[in-house]
Structure formats: structure tokens, C-alpha cells
Design a protein around this ligand. Structure first.
Ligand code: NAP
Length: 529
């Protein structure tokens, strides 16, 4: 599907279809497939609501890329082009940093209550527009509309939570070591923050960073994924409407390495917060060293879901299903390995396969769809190669195991048994709708297998024994553990990984600390009258 001067080449580092035309919403051309009715009416509605933004946001103004290059955003369910957005790079990012730097002085000096009111208004607007934002997420990311609207509620909850938490950034008074001294601790905003986010949660991964950053008094330059910039831009439009001042929140997208380099090399940027792959996270961490920036990383996982003989079968099936198949398996906390104890293995395999068979694959706008497409063909190819590797080493497919008949990037929900630790899917993130069942004998085996990975983000255990659950969750080298529950993320609890799954925490009261510096003040000569 080629439109106008567009070409399937990397121009200036923008990896997708890039055109040199002015930014515009591309709907129908004679060479281009008609948009499906749902997608078309949704984008028309979004355009007239002013929420379909295609320019970057710098210093409170919507701006094209300086060289007018654009990048196309696709609907992964149909391949249709949804919009043509600005493809930005070094120059635009430097200007965004400069505007954030300038805005920091006034934004950080507002009272916490004043910042809180702005964030609360932003939350109200996000909720008021949750249908449209959900539609935008489905349009550019593919997840089912109901799940997308759920993401809006989840994403908005971070803005509400940090609107409240802004007022609770307390310091300390320390009993002095000498009688003529008084010792204080202040918590102050760190400064300009660079926030780089992935495509799988186009809204929530942004609000989870921007909420605490703005609440604490920081200003932010956000770089959303080039695959899903539209939701970020719509959220930024609502932030402006809520009264977030020019420069306090900027959005640039396009050439990821150039934008990343500009954020990382600038001494004005005091913190980098990143959610994405472990490989990119490591690069960013290294590049943050020369300017000694504070770094938070939310990286990949390899979550075990451990089903013990004494588990309630229904609870284990329901919990593992939710943990595995949310967003078609494309989340960092998705169960990547299902470890099942000997005594319940066959029963679980049967009941779990039955439940997976009921999942509805389809366009996210279709009523009843529970499984959308994968984000792009590279993602499907990765899943295919992992399945092929497992089968070649002796694993058996119980269900699925191939591309879906709908074509595009749809993949059949898959269950594979007799998976072992030498297979690639045991070691690396599948990021697709494939559930590998691994057999284990004892509790010690389960813990050893679960911890035998460089990742340490989420883990799930299913057991009816309180004693066992304590023993196991204490032994698991993971940042989050669900016990008899597969969906555990919430704005009120800390989210983050150990080992190579990352640094720092997001959400909850702990998430605020990532954006604050601690200043110790010693008042001397205090006995003088
Ligand atoms: P990714 O390829 O690492 O991309 C993440 C972000 O980094 C995107 O905005 C991307 O930009 C940008 N990026 C890529 N190369 C860059 C560079 N050299 N400099 C600066 N920025 C760069 O990851 P993804 O495929 O989007 O997301 C999937 C991964 O995210 C999975 O591993 C998943 O587990 C992880 N994830 C983790 C969490 C968590 O909380 N731990 C949550 C969600 C996802 P472009 O897209 O524009 O290229």
C-alpha cells in the first residue's frame, strides 16, 4: 500500500513508511485499501473531536517536524493507514528540552495543591473521553476495544493518584547531632525528565511516568513509540485543556535513536525513565552515564505462572488465562512459562486448553473479540520461530500453533505441552498468545526453574496452602507476585522488576521518589539569641 511520495525506506531514522508531504490524516486513496467502516467512522469522529493530533507538542504549540518528514501509523488489524504524524529528531527534541527547562522554574514553584488541581482536571478529561481514547488505542495498537477502554481507566488512575499524592511529599526533621544545630531533609523535584515509552500500553505507560513527574514539580519530554503516537498526542491535548502550562509536557516522536541521544546527552535532562525492551534499556543506561542522570527502567520479563497440585483448578485456569492472554500476550507481565506440578499437569492442560479455545480472535472493534492482532509481522515471525524451535525439540502443540486464518498479524491462541528449559520460549519473552506448559515435581524444582532467568518482573503462583504461598513468594526473585490472581497491576501498588527487568518502581507512593531529590540542610549557630 503506497501513498503519494511515501516509500518503504528508513529516512532520517524513521523506520516505517515515511512521506515528505505535510502532516495529514490519510484515509482513502485509489491505491489504498478502504478503511473498514468501524475504523473509518472512529477516525472521522476523533478528527472532529480534535483528539486526532498528528504534530508534536513543543512549548505548548503543535508543530510539524522541521523538515516536514512524516511517519505513517497503521491499524495492525487491517494494515490501513490511520494517520501521518510528524517524524521528529535531534533539533525538535533539543527545543522540547529547552522549553521543559524553562517551564520547570514556574511549574516547580507552584504549590502542590495548585499542581494537584491541574492533574485532577486532566484525570477528569481523560475519563470524560475514555471511549474516544479507547478507540484510538484499538485503532493504532489493536487490542480489543473493551480492553482498550480498560487501559484508559488504568492509565487515568495514575493521574488521579498522583494528583492526590502531590500533597504528601513530606520532608523530615532529624534530631540533631550537636545542640546548636537543626537538621532538615527536603524533597525537591529532580528537574527535566525524558520519558521513553513502548507501544503495548499507549496511554498507561505514559501516565505512569508523567503523573508522578508533574505532581512532584518536574517537567517532561515524552517520546512515545512510533507505532502508537496517536494516543499520547490525544492525552497531551487533554493535558493542555486541563491547564498543564506550555513546556511542562512536551511530546516528540519519530527518529528514536536521535531523540534518545538528544535526551541522554543534554545536561539539562536530569532523569531518564524508560519502559521497553531490555536491550534498548541497557543502551540507554550506558548512555546516561556521562551526564550521571537518574535512571528508571521498566524492562522485559519472563514471568512464571506456577500451578501446584493443591491449587484450585478453576482459579488456576482463570488466573493463568488472564495473565497469559491479556493484550494477546503482549505485556511485560504476561505469563511466559506455565509451570505445572506433576499431579495436576494433565487435568490443568485439558481445562486450560478448553478455556483458551473459547477466546475470540478478531478485529478489536468487533463485539466479542478478546484477542486482537500482534503489533506487526516481525512479532508474528518471532512467535513462529519460538514455536518451531519448541516443536523441533519435542514439545507438543495442544491448540493453535500457527497464524490465524484472518491473516494480517493474527495468531491462533496456542497451548504447547512438554516444554523444557532448553527451548527458546523458556528463556526469552514470547510476547504473543502462546502458553508453554512445563512440568515440575517438587516445590524446590518450581522455585529453581522460576528463578533460572535473567528477568525478574512478575510471577504468579496458584496454591491453596497459605504456608506454601509464603515460602514460595519469599523465594521468588521477582518484583511482583500474584497469589491465586493473574491481574495484579494497580496504581496504588509498586510496579517494577529486579535483576535485568529493571530499576526503580512506578505507581504507589514509591513511584513518586523516582522524581525527587533529597536535600539535607544543616542549620548551624542555632544557640545564638
Ligand atoms: P523497544 O523496542 O525497546 O521500544 C521502547 C521505546 O524505546 C520506543 O519508544 C522506541 O521507539 C524507543 N527506542 C528504541 N530504540 C531506541 C534508542 N536507540 N534510543 C531511544 N529510544 C529508543 O520496546 P517495545 O518493543 O516498544 O516494547 C516491548 C518491550 O517493552 C517488551 O520487552 C516489554 O516487556 C517491555 N515492557 C516493559 C514494561 C514494564 O513495565 N517492565 C511495560 C511494557 C512493556 P520506537 O518505537 O519509536 O522505535
Amino acid at each position: 500500500m503506497v501513498i503519494g511520495a511515501a516509500a518503504l525506506v528508513a529516512i532520517g531514522g524513521c523506520r516505517k513508511l515515511v512521506s515528505s508531504s505535510h502532516t495529514s490524516l490519510l484515509l482513502v486513496s485509489s491505491q489504498c485499501r478502504q478503511m473498514s467502516t468501524d475504523a473509518q467512522s472512529v477516525s472521522e469522529k476523533l478528527r472532529s473531536s480534535g483528539l486526532l493530533r498528528t504534530q508534536g507538542l513543543i512549548g505548548g504549540r503543535w508543530i510539524d517536524s522541521y523538515d516536514k518528514k512524516t511517519i505513517k501509523v497503521n491499524n495492525p488489524a487491517t494494515g490501513e493507514i490511520v494517520a501521518d504524524v510528524a517524524c521528529m529528531g535531534t533539533k525538535e527534541t533539543n527545543d522540547a528540552i529547552a522549553s521543559s527547562y524553562e517551564a520547570f522554574t514556574s511549574w516547580s514553584r507552584l504549590t502542590a495543591g495548585e499542581r494537584s488541581k491541574v492533574l485532577r482536571r486532566w484525570y477528569d478529561l481523560l475519563i470524560a473521553h475514555k471511549e474516544e481514547l479507547g478507540q484510538l488505542i484499538t485503532l493504532e495498537q489493536g487490542k480489543p476495544l473493551k480492553e482498550a477502554i480498560g487501559e484508559v481507566a488504568y492509565g487515568a488512575s495514575f493521574i488521579e493518584y498522583y494528583a492526590e499524592e502531590a500533597k504528601r511529599v513530606y520532608g523530615d526533621i532529624i534530631p540533631p547531632n550537636l545542640s546548636d544545630r537543626r537538621l532538615l531533609v527536603l524533597k525537591q523535584p529532580i528537574g527535566v525528565v525524558g520519558a521513553i515509552t513502548p507501544w503495548n500500553f499507549p496511554l498507561a505507560m505514559i501516565t505512569r511516568k508523567v503523573g508522578p513527574a508533574l505532581a512532584s514539580g518536574c517537567t517532561v519530554v515524552v517520546k512515545p513509540s512510533e507505532l502508537t503516537p496517536l494516543t499520547a498526542l490525544a492525552a497531551a491535548e487533554l493535558a493542555l485543556q486541563a491547564g498543564v502550562p506550555p513546556g511542562a509536557l512536551n511530546v516528540v516522536m519519530g527518529n528514536a535513536p536521535e531523540i534518545g541521544d538528544a535526551l541522554l546527552t543534554s545536561p539539562k535532562v536530569r532523569k531518564i525513565t524508560f519502559t521497553g525492551s531490555t536491550a534498548v534499556g541497557k543502551k540507554l543506561m550506558a548512555a546516561a552515564a556521562p551526564t550521571v542522570k537518574k535512571v528508571s527502567l521498566e524492562l522485559g520479563g519472563n514471568a512464571p505462572s506456577i500451578v501446584f497440585d493443591d491449587a484450585d483448578l478453576d482459579v488456576a485456569v482463570k488466573g493463568t488465562l488472564a495473565a497469559k492472554f491479556r493484550n494477546s500476550g503482549q505485556t511485560c507481565v504476561c505469563a511466559n512459562r506455565v509451570l505445572v506440578q506433576d499431579g495436576i499437569y494433565d487435568k490443568f492442560a485439558e481445562a486450560f486448553s478448553e478455556a483458551v479455545q473459547k477466546l475470540e480472535v478478531g478485529d478489536g472493534f468487533k463485539e466479542g473479540t478478546t484477542q486482537g492482532p500482534l503489533i506487526n509481522d516481525a512479532a508474528v515471525q518471532k512467535v513462529e520461530s519460538f514455536v518451531q524451535d519448541a516443536v523441533s525439540k519435542g514439545a507438543k502443540i495442544l491448540l493453535g500453533g500457527k497464524r490465524h486464518s484472518l491473516g494480517m498479524t493474527f495468531y491462533e491462541p496456542t497451548v504447547i505441552r512438554d516444554v523444557s528449559s532448553d527451548m527458546i520460549m523458556s528463556k526469552e519473552e514470547i510476547f504473543g498468545p502462546v502458553a508453554p506448559l512445563i512440568r515440575f515435581k517438587t516445590e524446590e524444582d518450581a522455585i529453581r526453574i522460576a528463578n533460572d532467568t535473567i528477568a525478574g518482573l512478575a510471577a504468579y503462583i496458584f496454591t491453596n496452602s497459605v504456608q506454601r504461598s509464603w515460602r514460595v513468594f519469599e523465594a521468588l526473585e521477582y518484583g511482583l507476585v500474584g497469589v491465586n490472581e493473574g491481574l495484579i497491576s494497580t496504581e496504588v501498588a509498586p510496579f517494577g522488576g529486579v535483576k535485568q527487568s529493571g530499576l526503580g518502581r512506578e505507581g504507589s507512593k514509591y513511584g513518586m521518589d523516582e522524581y525527587l531529590e533529597i536535600k539535607y540542610v544543616c542549620l548551624g549557630d542555632m544557640n545564638r539569641h
